[in-house]
Design a protein around this ligand. Structure first.
Ligand code: HEM
Length: 205
């Protein structure tokens, strides 16, 4: 029986559940609005717009509460990147994901209470939460209040630029989600990390 560490406090699990739910709604309705032909929408257009707006407002509120909780929680220590030696640590982790995991090697950065993320997880979580998410939220809010958008940026419509940035950042975060789900299967067992983000307890390898 492997040791269990309590790594995901309740507030974090509640945020993660709402975040995942809102994000899935945004992804499905976003794709539907972007690619559907008017005769064959994935989700009827009006419904897609309304659900996208509601989930967008929901995810931004959840994000603000997440930032507030992080300010008062020791959880923030896991998001402080040590830049010294980072490239070497990232390379080690990538080698593990590409080769080591299939050779049943031990992970180079095992999960501990002091550092629950491996370097690759840490960098991607920081990039998604503190770079991509703000871009998505700011451009999303701007598209919700189009009168706020600058009309013309070097001859190109400001709304078009904002929409392009929003859809591109949405695409990158969607790619993150697929990779996130794949890596989440590499816990002690196929499902143990999924159980952790529900129960709070991480099962060691
Ligand atoms: C169906 C949707 C999702 C599932 C099933 C899922 C699953 C998981 C699992 C199993 C973990 C714990 C293991 C780990 O740290 O890798 C986790 C943590 C995490 N997930 Fe997700 N995830 C989903 C969506 C998302 C989305 C949309 C985001 C962000 C845009 C996200 C961001 C995070 C972050 C930041 C953590 C670490 C939280 C912390 O410990 O501080 N997840 N997720």
């Amino acid at each position: 029986m492997s040791a269990k560490l309590y790594l995901y406090p309740l507030w974090l699990r509640v945020w993660h559940a709402f975040n995942a739910l809102f994000f899935l709604v945004l992804l499905i309705t976003g794709i539907s609005m972007q690619y559907s032909s008017p005769d064959l929408p994935i989700v009827p257009f009006e419904l897609a717009v309304a659900s996208h707006n509601i989930a967008g407002i929901g995810i931004v509120i959840a994000y603000v509460l997440f930032l507030l909780a992080m300010m008062f929680s020791p959880n923030k220590k896991h998001y402080k990147i040590q830049f010294k030696g980072l490239i070497g640590r990232l390379t080690k982790q990538i080698q593990y994901y590409v080769f080591g995991v299939f050779k049943k090697q031990e992970p180079p950065f095992p999960t501990t209470e002091a550092m629950k993320f491996n370097p690759l997880q840490q960098v991607t979580y920081v990039a998604v939460l503190f770079v991509l998410f703000p871009i998505l939220a700011i451009t999303g809010i701007a598209l919700f209040f189009p009168e706020l958008i600058v009309n013309n940026v070097f001859g190109v419509g400001g709304t078009l630029l904002t929409a392009l940035l929003h859809a591109s950042a949405g695409f990158v975060v969607s790619m993150f989600l697929f990779i996130h789900l794949y890596f989440a299967t590499m816990g002690a067992t196929f499902t143990s990390n999924f159980k952790s983000i529900v129960s709070g307890f991480h099962e060691a390898h």
